[in-house]
Structure formats: structure tokens, C-alpha cells
Design a protein around this ligand. Structure first.
Ligand code: GRF
Length: 201
């Protein structure tokens, strides 16, 4: 069965959605949840779901990215994943690390890429007066938030939306989109999946 490692930095709500979907559907196995912060809330959630966990604290490497990534790779090697899912993982990965996982690493980003790569996506969508917003699952390449798009989920921006309310409304779309895209990706299907907020259960 395809082995999936999920990388997180914080609460891991996307990781929870992925793990739940894999455990319910049986189409892949979550073999590791790996955080760059030993205090990441998602680690306890993963442990309670029976998934092996590990943490590599990026602060122990004082900016030495290659050393940090070597430690990540060592932690991953214990689980032997086939695919990496970045899920609220907030560290930028070097081109060398990305190259090792080319075609086998996904990420979810809270905007309709290619719009709003980087941070503060909800505020930027509001500032631009966008009528639609949402999230994207894409393959990770060395260019930040730039790889081939595998799925998008969209919602209508409300006139009274704030960055906070948008983030709150986009998050459930992320939880609906990511597991569906991962299941298709595991099956070798890279055709674009488009979801609207009306058909997200
Ligand atoms: C989400 O908005 C995700 O898109 C972004 O980080 C936020 C928190 O994700 N990358 P999670 O709850 O840790 O999965």
C-alpha cells in the first residue's frame, strides 16, 4: 500500500483530514507525521490517531538548512514514505531536498494559485477585491508555491469578509480538497479536481 508522510508545523488540521481519509478509505497508509516544532499541536493529534510521529526542530540548526533537511530525511528514512504531503508546513525547502522528492511531494496553499504565492493570502485577495477565493493542492517544485496544480476549491468572497473569516471559511475547503486530491494522486490520476464550496460535505 502507498505510504504517506505528512509534514506539519502547527495544529495539523489538514493532516487530520488526510489521516482520517486514509484510515477510512484504506487507499494509502499514513506512516509518519513529522513536525519542525516538537510542540506542534498536530503531533498529539497524530499520536492519538495511531500514526507514528517525529519532530526535527529547525531551531536546533540555526539557519543551516541543509543540516536541518538532512535530519528531516533521516526521520523520513525510518518510515520509508512513498509520498510527502506538506500540510501547514511553514519551512521553505531547498531545491536539493525538493529534487529528492520530485513528483512525490504535495502541498496545500490557501489561495487560488497562481494568485498570492507566499503568505497573507486572504488579506491579499480581499485587498484585490477578488470575488472568488479558495485553496490549491499542487506538486511541490523548487519554486515556492509554483508546481503543477492538482486541485482547487473555491468559494465566493462575502462583502463583509475579513482575512480571519476568509481563513475560517477556506479551511474546511482545504480539508475536503486535500484528501480527494491525494487519493487520486495515489491512483496515478493527475487530472485537475475542482470543488465549489456548495458541494463540500
Ligand atoms: C492552513 O490555512 C493551510 O492552508 C496553511 O496553514 C494553515 C493551517 O493548516 N498552510 P493546518 O491546520 O496546520 O493544517
Amino acid at each position: 500500500m502507498t505510504r504517506i508522510a505528512v509534514l506539519i508545523s502547527g495544529g495539523g488540521s489538514n493532516m487530520v483530514a488526510l489521516v482520517r481519509a486514509m484510515q477510512a478509505g484504506g487507499w494509502a497508509e499514513p506512516v509518519l507525521v513529522l513536525a519542525n516544532d516538537p510542540d506542534a499541536g498536530g503531533l498529539e493529534k497524530a499520536r492519538s490517531m495511531g500514526v507514528p510521529i517525529a519532530a526535527v526542530d529547525h531551531r536546533d540548526f540555526k539557519g543551516d538548512r541543509p543540516a536541518f533537511e538532512k535530519a528531516l530525511s533521516d526521520a523520513l528514512a525510518t518510515a520509508q514514505p512513498d509520498i510527502l504531503c506538506l500540510a501547514g508546513f511553514m519551512r521553505v525547502l531547498t531545491a536539493d531536498f525538493v529534487a529528492q522528492w520530485a513528483g512525490r511531494m504535495l502541498n496545500i496553499h490557501p489561495s487560488l494559485l497562481p494568485k498570492y504565492k507566499g503568505l497573507q493570502t486572504h488579506a491579499r485577495a480581499l485587498d484585490a477585491g477578488d470575488l472568488q477565493h479558495g485553496c490549491t493542492v499542487h506538486e511541490v517544485t523548487s519554486e515556492l508555491d509554483d508546481g503543477p496544480i492538482l486541485g482547487q476549491a473555491t468559494l465566493d468572497v462575502a462583502p463583509d469578509d475579513t482575512p480571519e473569516t476568509l481563513a475560517t471559511r477556506v479551511l474546511p475547503l482545504e480539508h475536503a480538497l486535500y484528501p480527494r486530491v491525494l487519493e487520486r494522486f495515489v491512483a496515478g490520476d493527475k487530472t485537475l479536481l475542482s470543488l465549489r464550496d456548495v458541494n463540500v460535505d
